[in-house]
Ligand binder design. Sequence first.
Ligand code: TYD
Length: 208
Amino acid sequence: MNNNPKFIVFEGIDGAGKTTQINLLREALEKRGFSCFVTAEPTDMPSGKAIRRALAKEVESTPIQMAEMFACDRELHNTDAESGIERMLADGITVICDRYYYSSLAYQGTVLGFDTVAALNLDNPNIRKPDICIFLDLTPEKSLRRIGDRGGKVEIYENLDYLTRTRKTFFEVFDKLRDRGENISVINADGSVDDVAALIFDAVSAIL
Ligand code: TYD
C-alpha cells in the first residue's frame, strides 16, 4: 500500500472519454503500487439516487434544491464511515472520482451564479479539495461526433449550443478556482486513447 494517497477528480463534457481514462489511470497507478478506489457523483447512496430521480424528472425540483442536493450527496460522499472519500484516504487508498464540485459550479452555477454554488461547496469543511482536477477537453463538434459514433441520438444544433456553453462555463469556473489555489489540468482529449492516457499520467505524476 502506498502511504501517500491522492484525491483525483475527472471532469469533462459528454463524449470526452472519462470512463475509459479513469480506468487506465487506475491501472497505471496500481502498477506503481497505489491502491485505488474509483467512485462517482451523483453517488449510489440514497442521496445520489434522489438526485437521479430529480434529473429524470420523476420528482419535482428547483435549481437551488438541486444545488443543495448535489452538495448534500457530496458531503455524505466525503464522510461516509465505510466507503467515504475521507475514510479511503485515511486507509492509504487513492480516490479517483468521476465528477465533483466543478460540475456543480458549471451546471448549477450557470443558473444560480458562481457564489451561491461556491458557498454550498467550497465553504463546506466536510467537502474536501481535490489534489488535482483533470478536465478532459474536446471541442463540442468533436464531442458530438463521438456521441454519434457511440450510437446515441444527437440533436445537432441544440446540443452544439449546450455543449459550447457548458465548456465555456467550465473554463470560467477554472479561472476562479485557480485564483483560489486549485490545481486544474486541462487535457486535450482529441488524441488516441493511449496518447491522452499519457498526458493524464504526466499531469498526475506531478502531484505523486
Ligand atoms: P451521469 O449519468 O453520471 O452523467 P455522466 O456520465 O456524463 O457523468 O449524470 C450526471 C449528470 O449530473 C450530468 O449531466 C452532470 C450532472 N451534474 C450536475 O449537474 N451537478 C453536479 O454537481 C454533478 C456531480 C453532476
